[in-house]
Write a protein that binds this ligand. Structure first.
Ligand code: SF4
Ligand code: SF4
Length: 297
């Protein structure tokens, strides 16, 4: 039976949409096979609209041997995910085309580390929080586009088997807490108010720039506020997957006040003291409040 959410989604599906309005569970069967010898090989990569997730970036930046900020600058384009301008990223296309930047004559040049969206296709998935439920549930559906001949291939398998074959589980596991942040932000609605500019910047860093987040947790400012023991910090610095999960916990703490990272008791006092010192320095430099000191340089 369809959920309230799927019913709602069905109303929003345009008449000519390729999305099949049938909710699929993990053990439902689908008919689909994509392989190198199929006549439409790579057709789907020639007309892309791919949203990039945090774990996609970890995998792709390592594959390409570059930093996260370099990857984002070279291969993605920002877009606003909602009316509060929550930052999202889309995969770039080759100039003047809608073809993926990673498509070559031989196929996908980053295949082992291709994004979650590429692994799922032609299966679609979305996380929904049912009414009066605290948990987010995955629902699946098929996307049937005319150019894709995989639907006509004589192979059936369950949604679960297809996801295993494509490595979707691993990606979902690493991105789940991030998706929860987005859903929670979305379900809080416009009445809660727009996140501050600083919160949007933190969301951007925690989602798409693990290299900067790694530097951030090594700053004096971070140590002044958060109470992380040396071993925990060492593990985070050595393992980017752990660091990513920590970044999502940090986001939940900053955006929703979910206190999962211990905070130092004297953090507030120290911050206030630092602010006063810096204000005093600014006053002294502008010559406003301490001209009598008479010192130069
Ligand atoms: S990343 Fe690879 S699989 Fe995904 S759209 Fe680009 S070329 Fe196709
Ligand atoms: S079968 Fe579909 S998913 Fe596979 S290459 Fe063809 S268009 Fe792409």
């Amino acid at each position: 039976m369809a959920t309230d959410d799927l019913k709602k989604i069905k109303h929003e599906i345009p008449f000519s949409s390729p999305v099949q309005p049938v909710e699929l569970a993990l053990d439902d069967e689908i008919q689909f096979h994509c392989h190198k010898d199929i006549a439409c090989f790579n057709a789907c990569c020639k007309s892309i609209d791919i949203q990039i997730t945090p774990y996609d970036i970890l995998r792709l930046k390592r594959h390409l041997g570059m930093s996260s900020s370099e990857f984002v600058a070279r291969y993605t384009t920002p877009f606003a995910m909602d009316f509060h301008n929550m930052p999202g990223l889309k995969m770039n296309t080759k100039p003047g085309t809608s073809e993926c930047v990673f498509l070559t004559a031989e196929g996908c040049s980053v295949y082992q580390d291709r994004p979650a969206a590429c692994r799922y296709y032609a299966l679609g998935s979305m996380g929904v929080r049912k009414k009066d439920s605290a948990t987010v549930e995955d629902i699946f559906f098929m996307v049937k586009e005319n150019h894709c001949l995989g639907h006509e291939e004589p192979r059936t398998l369950t949604v679960r088997q297809y996801r295993e074959e494509q490595g979707c589980d691993e990606y979902d596991e690493h991105n789940r807490a991030w998706r929860d942040v987005i859903l929670k932000k979305r379900s809080s609605g416009p009445t809660v108010g727009a996140p501050s500019e600083r919160s949007l910047q933190l969301f951007d860093m925690c989602s798409y720039d693990m290299d900067s987040f790694c530097e951030f947790i090594q700053t004096d400012g971070f140590d002044e506020v958060f109470d992380l023991d040396g071993q925990t910090k060492k593990s985070l610095l050595e393992n980017e997957e752990l660091l990513l999960q920590f970044a999502f916990r940090f986001l939940k703490q900053v955006l929703f006040g979910e206190m999962s990272i211990p905070v130092k008791e004297d953090a507030k006092d120290k911050r206030m003291a630092r602010r006063s010192e810096s204000q005093a320095r600014m006053n002294a430099n502008s010559g406003g409040s301490a001209p009598e000191s008479g010192t130069e340089g």
